[in-house]
Design a binder for this molecule. Structure first.
Ligand code: ADE
Length: 244
């Protein structure tokens, strides 16, 4: 997968080179390019914003540098390709594990990081002729800009790419896969500060362990995220689930 990020703070994206995402790039499973929006300005002050039409607080990012940056990024990819343009915004559709899975199937994601009060609306209108545009929110709160949202999205998507996670089974069992939160986990030592480990987990009875974990998942989801439980497909539940 190819990823391009356009931002006025390229240093914010440095974590893309770290840990498992860094390894994914070394292994050639992910290719990330970060572009400084100011490189596409034409004035002496390298300005990227101006006051909003209609008045109001704050500044709006001007269309000129954005248009040039998105043209240049497009020209760097394969001829005729139509990337997805992800624009982080608190006004976008909400990012979930399902959206991460959808993005993981895309060959090319381009992220446009807005700052201040956002980007002039014509930039996205114009980009729709060459990109599949997605405004995306990582939750109901407001950040200074889109950079941290990009890190969140790239980490969630990157770990779904084939060969990035060492153990593919951990994908199948984790929270939000299948609509439930994951059961709590324990490791050695067997006793710590007077606290033990649930007997079932040291029983060696794998069917009982699987059932116990599933019950804990259902209880945890019911208690902290009843909204998720309400959305579960009833056909996917078995009789033991319904008894929890
Ligand atoms: N930019 C500012 N707030 C944001 C949010 N909640 N999600 C995505 N991008 C943002």
């Amino acid at each position: 997968m190819r990823i391009d990020v356009v931002t006025v703070f390229p240093d914010y994206l440095a974590p893309l080179q770290l840990s498992l995402l860094g390894k994914a790039q070394e292994a050639g499973r992910l290719e990330a390019h970060v572009h400084d929006l100011r490189a596409f300005t034409t004035d002496r002050h390298r300005s990227v914003d101006d006051t909003p039409y209609g008045g109001g607080a704050g500044m709006v990012m001007t269309p000129g540098p954005w248009g040039a940056a998105l043209d240049a990024v497009l020209a760097q990819g394969p001829e005729g390709a139509r990337p997805r343009l992800v624009v982080p915004s608190p006004a976008g559709r909400v990012f979930t594990q399902d959206v991460a899975a959808e993005y993981a199937a895309d060959p090319w994601l381009v992220f446009a990081c807005g700052r201040y009060e956002g980007i002039d609306a014509r930039v996205l209108e114009d980009a729709r002729s060459r990109y599949d545009v997605d405004e995306l929110s990582i939750g109901d709160y407001v950040l200074f800009g889109g950079e941290v949202a990009v890190l969140v999205v790239v980490e969630a998507v990157g770990r779904l790419l084939p060969g990035v996670l060492g153990n593919a089974e951990s994908l199948a069992e984790e929270s939000h896969t299948g609509g439930l939160l994951e059961a709590p986990t324990w490791t050695k030592p067997a006793q710590w500060r007077g606290l033990g480990v649930p007997d079932v987990l040291v029983s060696g009875d794998h069917a009982r362990i699987a059932r116990w974990r599933r019950d804990e998942s259902l209880r945890r989801t019911a208690s902290t995220r009843p909204d998720l439980l309400a959305r579960l497909d009833v056909d996917g539940l078995d009789r033991a689930d319904l008894a929890v």
